[in-house]
Design a protein around this ligand. Structure first.
Ligand SMILES: [Fe+2]
Length: 257
């Protein structure tokens, strides 16, 4: 695709993200054709971005050394820009690393792989399901009494692999809002856009979860375990100790907001 060298692609993406998500209101935008057109333009721009556009080259990373090697973070974040409307940056994942299952409350998101391959597992909480009542299953291992208020009945929506030629993986406040991202067969990097950005002061903090295993899960065969859109229970947990994120300067063309 011919490139307009006067304006860097990442600058065009930033401008289109701002136009798309400024004043975003999920209930008002859900069936709004104007919003859909803006979003499609953003998806088109993001689909065309490559690592070279951001001056990022694939790295030969050693596998993550886990909690013992804290000097080398499993994940590195390169911040590109942030406003009240959206944030944008690049995540670099070392070989064998996972970004643990987490949420994006009230937010939209877009992930575009720049190099390598990732597997994205998407979940949604089922509405009004903070507790497992009225008929909670038996978990294996059993939950402590104080954990029962941190369990969410949820759906596993999909597990999909993305690589450089793939279009972006999307999430909305209501669809595919929780995800786990696993690097597959080596290191990987992806562009990440969140709109609006995380902001704990406005109820948009990041929470971590793990999938609970029920006694019934153990009784079914592995094929059935892979079934998509299956109902699962998620336990909210603290940020896993073996996951943390280092920072590096973004080396690509500057973006003005
Ligand atoms: Fe995420």
């Amino acid at each position: 695709m011919p490139r307009d060298n006067k304006t860097a692609l990442i600058q065009k993406i930033a401008k289109q993200a701002f136009i798309t998500f400024k004043g975003f209101n999920y209930s008002a935008n859900e069936d709004n054709e104007v919003f859909a057109d803006k979003l499609n333009e953003l998806i088109s721009l993001v689909s065309s971005v490559r690592a070279a556009d951001l001056k990022i080259a694939p790295r030969k990373c050693k596998p993550s050394s886990g909690a013992a090697g804290r000097e080398e973070p499993p994940v590195t974040y390169m911040h590109i820009c942030e406003s009240d409307v959206f944030s944008m940056g690049v995540f670099l994942l070392r070989t064998g690393v996972s970004i643990p299952l987490h949420d994006h409350p009230g937010m939209n998101g877009m992930i575009k792989v720049l190099y390598g391959k990732v597997s994205v597992s998407c979940f949604d909480k089922m509405e009004d399901s903070l507790t497992v009542s009225p008929a909670p299953p038996c978990f294996d291992p059993p939950l402590a009494p104080m954990q029962k208020s941190s369990v969410w009945r949820s759906k596993l929506r999909s597990i999909t692999e993305y690589s450089e030629p793939s279009g972006p993986c999307l999430l909305t406040p209501m669809r595919d809002n929780l995800h786990q991202i696993d690097a597959v067969d080596g290191p990987a990097a992806f562009l990440d856009i969140l709109a609006p950005p995380y902001n704990p002061d406005n109820g948009r903090d990041c929470h971590y979860y793990k999938v609970l295993q029920t006694v019934a899960d153990k009784a079914v065969d592995s094929e059935e375990q892979q079934e998509e859109t299956k109902e699962v229970y998620l336990l909210e947990i603290p940020q896993p100790e073996d996951f943390w994120c280092g920072g590096e300067p973004y080396p690509g063309p500057p973006v003005s907001m």
